[in-house]
Design a protein around this ligand. Structure first.
Ligand SMILES: Cc1ncc(COP(=O)(O)O)c(C=O)c1O
Ligand SMILES: N[C@@H](CCCC[NH3+])C(=O)O
Length: 468
């Protein structure tokens, strides 16, 4: 049976069904819970990128992150093409690699023309090893170590100066020949509606310069031969559905360019950060990528015209909206526990170690049982992980068909801040990941082994005889 239901529809009493047959390319991937290539095949199994999810689990093990290349590439292209369509100046989209940093993901983003935003020496190392050109890498962080800064400067990437210490250390570490290319991160004092842990635009925040410091910062930077300050940056938070805060931000940032000019600084780059939200559940209604990009471009063009400024190179750095819905996590169902009149728990073979978002931000996810896609929903059950922690719950009160041990349960929209925030809690080996496209699946992250888990352990000689 092949499903013919339109995208995003969950018919009452049925599992969430992927769309088939539409022209997926026009759908903004952040507005779909499943990857764009998701289908139900003639075995009634979920298929992604032309690969049967249950077969992938047999082949690569469980739990398994399954990344759909076409969805990721489509999102990259929609960002890039929207800027080309609506912005008359130059533009550059950066992938915020904190969402999922690994060689394959950086390589895909780079092959679509994106640059990379890195937030640590480790993310920088990953981007460089993926072959990303240093002139397209931007280094963030509110507490960069001296070693990280030296590595970044020697690699020739752009430093996003977050504070005075970054500026001072960049001056100290600058080589004799070339000034360090920097941009200034400023906290704009713009609030938005999202979880308090992932808001960054309000003033009481650990990131960036206070706007009240700008005169002093511009005065300092304009006198430093060792620094080549090319622009300003701001990021107001993540998983944002409103468009107004980013438009307010864009207008405000143009004023910063005008202020910089009064210090003789010709800032030619303006980076509005990331933050566009994605659809995790049916009630989530984020704007499309194009709907997010267009008004930002318009506001900047109008503000620059009004202030008689040349158009800056416009940058943005989305993470979640590029990759969240391109990936699902497939788990295998194990035990279950029925507490009559209270709750049924169904346990899977992963949990808070591969997806810490529910326990950290109370994030809500949707699920399907991948090996019986057309079955009717007959039970409400809570999907628990396997960790020694009562809060290790992936989904509370999920609607499911009848399930049994061995069924493949897929949690959707797990591409952003899942693998990148994964841990080895309870010494669970980190899960494998595959990228799928046109019926082919390739490993992009190997499953960790028990040997990997003790690789960095040291057992001092005097502790080796541990009999009492
Ligand atoms: C500085 C910076 N840029 C970009 C991002 C990416 O944000 P998002 O994944 O919401 O697009 C983040 C994360 O919130 C960030 O802190
Ligand atoms: N880790 C957060 C997003 C943080 C964004 C980085 N500044 C999440 O999972 O939603």
């Amino acid at each position: 049976m092949v499903s013919t239901h339109p995208a995003g529809v969950q018919l009452s009493g049925r599992q969430y069904l992927p769309q088939t047959g539409n022209n997926n390319i026009n759908i903004s991937p952040n507005q779909e819970i499943l990857p764009l290539t998701a289908k139900v095949n003639n075995q009634d199994h979920l298929e992604i990128g032309g690969c049967d999810v249950t077969t992938l689990v047999q082949q690569f093990g469980s739990p398994l992150y399954i990344l759909d290349e076409e969805t990721l590439r489509t999102a990259c292209r929609q960002y890039r093409e929207s800027f080309q369509r609506y912005y008359k100046g130059e533009s550059q989209v950066l992938y915020a690699s904190k969402a999922w940093s690994c060689l394959a993901v950086c390589a895909i983003a780079a092959s679509e023309g994106l640059g990379i935003d890195v937030a640590s020496g480790g993310e920088l190392y990953t981007a460089l090893n993926a072959g990303v050109s240093p002139d397209k890498i931007y280094f963030h962080g509110n507490n960069k170590s001296r070693e990280e800064l030296r590595y970044a400067i020697e690699s020739g990437i752009t430093i996003m100066a977050d504070n005075w210490r970054d500026l001072q250390q960049s001056v100290e570490l600058a080589g004799a020949q070339q000034p360090v290319r920097i941009m200034l991160r400023v906290t704009p004092g713009i609030d938005c509606h999202t979880h308090e842990y992932i808001r960054t635009g309000h003033l009481d925040n650990k990131f960036g310069f206070d706007p009240g410091d700008l005169d002093e910062v511009f005065a300092f930077v304009s006198k430093q031969q060792a620094l080549n300050c090319v622009g300003v940056h701001a990021h107001i938070g993540s998983q944002i559905f409103e468009r107004q805060p980013h438009q307010d931000l864009a207008a405000l940032m143009v004023q910063w360019l005008t202020k910089a000019a009064s210090y003789g600084l010709n800032l030619t780059n303006l980076n509005v950060g990331g933050g566009l939200g994605v659809k995790y559940t049916e009630s989530d209604d984020p704007p499309s990528i194009e709907e997010w990009v267009k008004p930002i471009c318009e506001v900047i063009q109008q503000a620059c015209a009004a202030q008689n400024l040349p158009l800056p190179k416009l940058l943005c750095e989305p993470g979640r909206s590029l990759i969240a819905t391109a990936c699902v996590t497939a788990y295998t169902i194990g035990s279950s526990k029925v507490i009559p009149g209270i709750r049924t728990y169904i346990a899977v073979d992963g949990g808070m170690s591969d997806n810490p978002r529910p326990i950290t931000y109370q994030s809500v996810y949707r699920t399907v049982v991948a090996n019986r896609m057309s079955a009717s929903l007959t039970q409400t059950a809570t999907i628990a992980g396997k960790h020694c922690e009562s809060g290790d719950i992936l989904i509370k009160d999920a609607q499911l068909p009848k399930t049994e041990s061995g069924d493949i349960l897929v949690v959707m929209a797990t591409g952003a801040y899942n693998y990148s925030m994964a841990s080895n809690y309870n010494r669970l080996p980190r899960s494998a990941a595959v990228v799928v496209a046109n019926g082919e699946a390739n490993l992009i992250l190997q499953r960790e082994t028990y040997q990997d888990l003790i690789r960095q352990d040291c057992l001092p000689e005097r502790l080796k005889k541990n009999e009492g």
